[in-house]
Design a protein around this ligand. Sequence first.
Ligand code: GMT
Length: 376
Amino acid sequence: MSKIGITCYPTVGGSGVLATELGKFLAEKGHEIHFIVTQVPFRLNKVYPNIYFHEVEVNSYPVFQHPPYDLALANKMAEVAKREELDLLHVHYAMPHAVCAILAKQMCEELNLKVVTTLHGTDITVLGIDDNLKQLIKFGIEKSDAVTAVSHSLVKQTKEMLETEKDMHVLYNFVDEREYHQIESHDLKRQFGIREEEKVIIHVSNFRKVKRVQDVVRSFHLIREEVASKLILVGDGPEYNQVYDLVQRLGLEEDVLFVGKQERVQELYSIADVKLLLSEKESFGLVLLEAMACGVPCIGTNIGGIPEVIENGKNGYVVEAGALEEVSRNAVRLLTDEDHRNELKKQAMDTVNKKFSAARIVQQYEELYDRVLKNE
Ligand code: GMT
């Protein structure tokens, strides 16, 4: 069993969720897990005897213009690694976490500490194009003992953008099937004022521009002309007001439910018939897995890692970004043909079980740690 330090942005969407869930599963398998983060990750909602939390405190000083998060983190990593005799640091995001881990590794040479870096996308697709950071991100990746990325698409993009030949392993996102599965919805639909015969379309995101939530609303506008339905929008973020205005302009206020951030999205999935994720950037799309595990077929854009999750026509649909007529056509077919919907639903759950189960992916991480620790 290994002693593993994990660093992530504890409040940031998918990457924080993935890092936390991985830590929990590794702890259940007997590894000793040390979260080195600024605050307790939001999914760490239970006490585990072999999970420890080490808070990175970032103080402001009058002499510094900006609080030194990166340096405080590197210092904490080195301190924890020495005291707890960690075997490896698994960091999520190359920038700045991989760079901090490499600095920490140099600060405790006596330990033979290893660094595993997982790329989630935003660090590459947003920061990687910033010339002020590009060389540092490349350094963090190349000096890591192993690098994983959440899709083949992200590996390709990272290699092209950073002009690196570094070996990268694709380790997909996974979902905890104990949490995400079909559940009895009782009368949730009625509580939301949705009539039994109405279909439910759902979208879950942090309402960043790249999620193109306005495309979701426009697609729904088309779908609603053919099928009596409601759209549930889950989440909050920078585009919220624009999306809200669009809903008013299109006269959809009666049929679009803004439910804000939700902890137990699985309950909402239990009343949903189809999910839309129409992003223009998405290195994987963890929310797709969560929906599929709950038996909700998804329509997603042909972007990044989405086509590695959705198999067009088999467990959902993949459309070109902005092809809203096509989104609507596929959704209407799904919503009106029950046999077809049930088949896609079954295939969606099957895909999660076979390709993206926690057991499978967590084992892949363990095997990678093993190889790194044996210097293979
Ligand atoms: O999608 C976001 O805005 C959050 C972002 C993050 O950094 O947490 O999610 C990224 O990592 C997730 C976990 O690996 C992936 O499932 C998301 O696709 C990815 N987001 C993007 O690439 C935009």
